[in-house]
Design a protein around this ligand. Structure first.
Ligand SMILES: Nc1ncnc2c1ncn2[C@@H]1O[C@H](COP(=O)(O)OP(=O)(O)O)[C@@H](O)[C@H]1O
Ligand SMILES: [Mg+2]
Length: 233
């Protein structure tokens, strides 16, 4: 059985005249250690799909299994525990606590998490050991994104979800973040899913799922997975 499996997932907003089919019959599965890029233009349904994968939103219809568990069957309390313990989320604008240092931001994420990793070790892993006592305002965008990746990873999530993680970064910094995420997908026992509208990022992924208008338009494994250093954007 696949690690993650989505079957006939649909998500509707509004009704009658104002009905929006944000997702329409989405089917795919993902294996452990895969580095998956979900590619699509603005409004395609990428964030909606990521929110469903992260338990932040429930599908209108369909099934979503993660590690054998039917996430659609969860009530709100179970869903909250699922988000807290199983999912790491990385956002375009980092969403750090500005009144906490880098280290404190990561420590905060370990609260009520059984078997979390050592926050300092994880900050080292993302290359930030020299900046642990800095507040977000003293960090560059790339550094803030590293803190937010560390904050997601410290929980040892079963799934790391990244919504336009390079959207606010210059291309050089963005490339280092993508290289880091790609590396993490191989070294951690989970899957990494990156949502983007940037086709260049798809070149370095194992797997590319293209969506438009809430539907999958293609789903393939890259025959030649490029190194991050080989791409430009
Ligand atoms: N809460 C909501 N209420 C109504 N429509 C929404 C809501 N969230 C998203 N949508 C609509 O669903 C579609 C997909 O949105 P979204 O998942 O944010 O796309 P993307 O992240 O690819 O830009 C868009 O047409 C958007 O306007
Ligand atoms: Mg979006």
């Amino acid at each position: 059985m696949a690690y993650i499996s989505l079957e006939h997932i649909a998500k509707y907003y509004g009704k009658d005249d104002t009905l929006v089919k944000a997702l329409d019959d989405i089917n795919f599965s993902i294996n452990k250690k895969e580095f998956v890029v979900i590619l699509g233009p603005s409004g395609a349904g990428k964030t909606t799909l990521l929110n469903i994968l992260g338990g932040m939103d429930l599908a209108s219809t369909g099934s979503y299994y993660l590690n054998g568990i039917d996430v659609c069957s969860y009530n709100n309390k179970e869903l909250s525990k699922f988000r807290r313990e199983k999912i790491g989320f990385v956002f375009q604008f980092y969403n750090l606590m500005n009144n906490l240092t880098a280290l404190e931001n990561v420590i905060l994420a370990t609260k009520r998490i059984p078997n979390s990793l050592d926050p300092l070790d994880v900050l080292k892993k993302v290359g930030l050991e020299k900046r642990i006592n800095n507040f977000p305002s003293a960090l560059s965008g790339g550094e803030q994104q590293r803190v937010s990746i560390a904050r997601a990873l410290v929980k040892k999530p079963e799934l790391l979800l990244c919504d336009e993680p390079t959207g606010a970064l210059d291309s050089k910094t963005g490339k280092t973040i993508i290289a880091l995420l790609k590396d993490l997908a191989k070294s951690y026992d989970s899957a990494v899913v990156v949502v983007t509208h940037n086709a260049n990022i798809a070149l370095v992924a194992d797997r590319v799922i293209k969506i438009n208008d809430g539907k999958i338009i293609s789903d393939f494994y890259n025959e030649q997975v490029k190194e991050v250093s080989e791409i430009e954007w």
